[in-house]
Design a protein around this ligand. Structure first.
Ligand code: MLT
Length: 303
C-alpha cells in the first residue's frame, strides 16, 4: 500500500525515515536528496512544481529533519544504502535523482554503484572531489567548535557561505527557513555528517562512465561548489548539459526557485517524453532533444 503526503514515516534499513510522496503511481519517479545540514523541506517548492507530471519524493537523510539518527557511523556509502533501501520499500525499480551538494555526492555514488536503477540525474551545486586536506581539517575544527560553542553560533557562521549577496539584500524567506533547518539538526548529527563528508571518496574518476542524461544547475555565486567545478564535471560526462543561475549562491533552488524549476521541467520533459528512448539513455536523440530544449529556454530567458 502506498501512502501520499508529507512527513510519512517508514522503517528503512532498520531506521525510521521521514519522506514526502506526491504524484501519480504511473508517472516517472524523481527523488530529491537534500544538502547538509538541511532537510527535505528545502525541496518543497520543486515538489509542488513537478507533482502534476511526476511521482515526486523527497526524504530526510538519517539524522536530518524528521528521520532518526540510528547508531551507525555516517558515510556517503551508508546514505546510498539508505536510498536504495528506501526505493526497495517504496517498490521503485527505477527513478531519476536530483541532489544538491551533499545530495549530489550521494546521487553520484548511487549512480556509480547502481546505474541500472536510475534514468537521469540533476546535479545541483555539487562536486565530485574528495575533501582536500585543509577542508578536512576545517571540518574537524568545526566539530570541535560546535561542541564548545553550540549549534547557534555554527548557524551564523555557515549561513554566510550558503547564499549570494543578492539573496541577503533581498532578505528572501529562505534565509530564515535554512537557519531553522540547521538549528533543528542535533549537534550529534552535525558532527557525524561533518566527519562523513571529510572521509568521502572522490567520484570524478567514474564520471566518464556515466551514460545517463545529466543536467547540472549551479548558482553563479556559489562559493562552496562554484560553476567552475560543475564545468569540469560536465566536460567528463558525455550526455550532459549545464545551466548557471545568476545572482544565486550555493542554494540555487531556494534563491531562484522559478528559474530552477524551469530547468527541471525542461530536462525531465525531454528525458521522459520519449519512452522508447529511455531504455537507451545514452542515445543522442534523447540528448539532443534535451540540449535543444534547454538551449531554447536559455535563449528565451536572455531576451
Ligand atoms: C552541502 O550543502 O551539502 C554542503 O555544503 C556540502 C559540503 O559541505 O561539502
Amino acid at each position: 500500500m502506498r501512502y501520499f503526503g508529507n512527513n510519512i514515516k517508514l522503517l528503512v534499513n532498520n531506521l525510521v525515515v521521514s519522506y514526502t510522496d506526491h504524484g501519480s503511481e504511473q508517472s516517472p519517479v524523481i527523488i530529491f536528496i537534500h544538502g547538509f545540514p538541511l532537510n527535505k523541506t528545502m525541496w518543497d517548492n520543486q515538489v509542488n512544481a513537478l507533482k502534476e507530471d511526476y511521482r515526486v519524493i523527497s526524504y530526510d537523510i538519517r539524522g536530518h529533519g524528521e528521520s532518526d539518527i540510528g547508531t551507525d557511523d555516517f558515510s556517503i556509502e551508508l546514505f546510498v544504502t539508505d536510498l536504495l533501501h528506501l526505493m526497495e520499500e517504496l517498490k521503485i525499480e527505477k527513478a531519476s535523482l536530483c541532489g544538491l551538494s551533499m545530495g549530489g555526492y550521494i546521487a553520484l555514488l548511487a549512480i556509480e554503484k547502481y546505474p541500472e536503477r536510475f534514468d537521469a540525474l540533476v546535479l545541483c551545486d555539487t562536486n565530485c572531489i574528495a575533501d582536500p586536506p585543509q577542508v578536512k581539517q576545517k571540518r574537524l575544527d568545526t566539530i570541535q567548535q560546535i561542541k564548545s560553542f553550540g549549534v547557534e553560533r555554527y548557524v551564523n557562521n555557515s549561513i554566510e557561505n550558503l547564499f549570494a549577496p543578492q539573496s541577503f539584500s533581498g532578505n528572501i524567506p529562505a534565509i530564515s527557513d535554512v537557519k531553522e533547518m540547521i538549528l533543528n539538526t542535533t549537534e550529534l548529527s552535525l558532527s557525524k555528517t561533518l566527519l562523513a563528508l571529510s572521509q568521502r571518496k572522490e567520484t570524478c574518476s567514474k564520471l566518464s562512465e556515466i551514460t545517463l542524461p545529466v543536467h547540472f544547475v549551479v548558482g553563479e555565486e556559489d562559493k562552496i561548489t562554484p560553476p567552475k567545478a560543475a564545468e569540469v564535471m560536465q566536460q567528463k560526462i558525455k550526455n550532459s548539459t549545464m545551466h548557471i543561475i545568476s545572482h544565486a549562491g550555493h542554494l540555487s533552488n531556494l534563491e531562484s526557485p522559478d528559474e530552477f524549476n524551469e530547468q527541471l521541467k525542461t530536462f525531465f520533459a525531454a528525458v521522459y517524453n520519449k519512452p522508447e528512448d529511455m531504455h537507451s539513455p545514452g542515445s543522442t536523440s534523447v540528448f539532443s532533444q534535451i540540449r535543444q530544449r534547454l538551449n531554447m529556454l536559455l535563449t528565451f530567458s536572455s531576451i
